[in-house]
Design a protein around this ligand. Structure first.
Ligand code: AMP
Ligand code: ZN
Length: 436
């Protein structure tokens, strides 16, 4: 059994957890009913908050979608007097208009607690120097883990995004031992080390990294671990449900513990909205159990994942989510085939000669749809001869065909030549006008 930041809640007995969840669910539904959105939807369904008697009764509650949040923008979900809200966050708006999320002081305390326990779980301690290399501001990644790391006593460097040389300098000047990064940026940053004539393994004191905010494969994690000589942990969250601190991997690195004392977890079939069979992949649906200013009931995250079977050897009863396999709205359809960018990434990352950055382009030539995978080659493959290059391209085409059941075009690009930024990577460029 491992040491925990908050043993009473992290190692709670399963039956006690269920009782706590029910108590909190009932309170959460009552609180939610004070917001204009839920007052109306509950009334339309004839639903009395007091009628929630068992955890299973959650199924009688309405789902909440991103569209509902947008329709309720900015105050439709506020369940307390505005003066009790002390923080506003907004989603990145990558898939449409932004949504507003309010937090009370109690909300910030509980969010900070969830982040602190997540970071403690991966091994962050007061002697660590935590360089937080994600966006601060409306994006929740920065402030969420910032407060969590401070709460457990680590020294926090609020580095923010970008400015890669400065990031490397900070790591060296202050002996950073832990990083929080978006995985695509973690792969990118190795180029800066190279340009500066430095080796991250030899010229830093790094031992931990938190990777979050965008889907990434197991092979990407291994690459990051290899490049920096550290242990990297998958961290899941979304701004509607606070941000980071919803689920994080424990040292076993087998699935992310979703903090079930704070969120009620369901996995549903996105088409039928019925629960999936145990262990099957579906859409993650979460109900906040402790949030005050803006409770959310059965929020459809659009993230696709499954629950790993059985208990985790670490002793925490909080169930484990698989890697996020994609978003239901990330999937694209080409020539009638459903494809997730993650499937393409998994194939690319299995080839050591392929670098970290890639782009999937969808175009139309006459009546034909064309999928082109453009991938950078790795630095060590920069001078690969034409024969080897053709061999690599052929291998990738065959492996992609086996994975996605159609053969895309594959173009290999020089290292560091495809567009990239410090924020979440855009992996699909769909230029099929009037297409899917
Ligand atoms: P935002 O609300 O802008 O922070 O974006 C949240 C979304 O980022 C989630 O709904 C997921 O789609 C994605 N995301 C966050 N963390 C992860 C992760 N560890 N793995 C995969 N996707 C993630
Ligand atoms: Zn565990």
């Amino acid at each position: 059994m491992e040491t925990c930041f908050h043993p009473r809640l992290e190692l709670i007995a399963p039956e006690e957890l269920a009782a706590l969840q029910l108590k909190r669910l009932r309170a959460s539904v009552r609180r939610a009913a004070a917001s204009p959105h839920y007052r109306e939807t509950f009334a339309a369904l004839g639903l009395k908050p007091g009628s929630i008697k068992t955890l299973d009764d959650v199924k009688r509650l309405p789902f909440t979608t991103k569209a509902d949040l947008r329709a309720g923008f900015p105050n439709g979900f506020l369940a307390v007097d505005r003066r009790q809200a002390v923080r506003l966050h907004a989603s990145s708006g990558t898939t449409g208009a932004p949504t507003a999320v309010y937090h009370s002081q109690a909300d910030l305390r509980s969010w900070t607690g969830l982040c602190a326990r997540s970071l403690f779980m991966i091994g962050l301690r007061p002697e660590d120097v935590f360089q937080n290399m994600v966006g601060y501001g409306l994006f929740t990644g920065g402030l969420g883990l910032h407060y969590g790391a401070e709460a457990l006593g680590a020294l926090v460097i609020p580095a923010g995004v970008g400015n890669s040389r400065r990031q490397v300098a900070l790591m060296r000047q202050f002996g950073s031992t832990a990083l929080h990064m978006i995985p695509s940026y973690a792969l990118k940053l190795q180029e800066t080390f190279r340009d500066m004539g430095l080796d991250p393994r030899r010229h830093t004191s790094l031992r931990l990294a938190v990777l979050g905010a965008e889907p990434h494969s197991e092979l990407t994690r291994r690459r990051v671990e290899e490049i920096y000589g550290l242990k990297a942990f998958n961290s899941y969250g979304l701004s509607e449900l606070n941000g980071p601190g919803v689920a994080m991997e424990c040292p076993r690195q087998e699935g992310m513990h979703l903090w079930e004392d704070a969120f009620l977890l369901e996995i549903v079939n996105p088409a039928t909205l019925e629960p999936v069979a145990e262990g099957e992949t579906g859409e993650v649906v979460l109900t906040t159990l402790v949030r005050q200013a803006m409770p959310l009931i059965r929020y459809r995250t659009r993230d696709l994942a499954s629950i790993l079977p059985g208990p985790c050897p670490c002793g925490r009863p909080h169930r484990r989510l698989s890697r996020i396999e994609g978003r239901s709205d990330d999937m694209f359809i080409i020539k009638g085939v459903n494809v997730f960018p993650m499937q393409v990434e998994a194939v690319l990352m299995a080839e050591p000669e392929v670098g970290g950055n890639y782009l999937i382009e969808l175009t139309r030539e006459g009546s034909e749809e064309v999928m082109t995978v453009r991938a950078e080659v790795a630095e060590q493959a920069r001078r690969m001869d034409a024969g080897k290059m053709a061999g690599l391209r052929k291998r990738l085409c065959a492996a992609l065909k086996a994975e996605i059941l159609l053969t895309p075009r594959v173009e290999l690009a020089a290292p560091d030549s495809l567009p990239s930024g410090p924020g979440k990577a855009q992996r699909v460029d769909d230029r099929r006008r009037g297409g899917e």
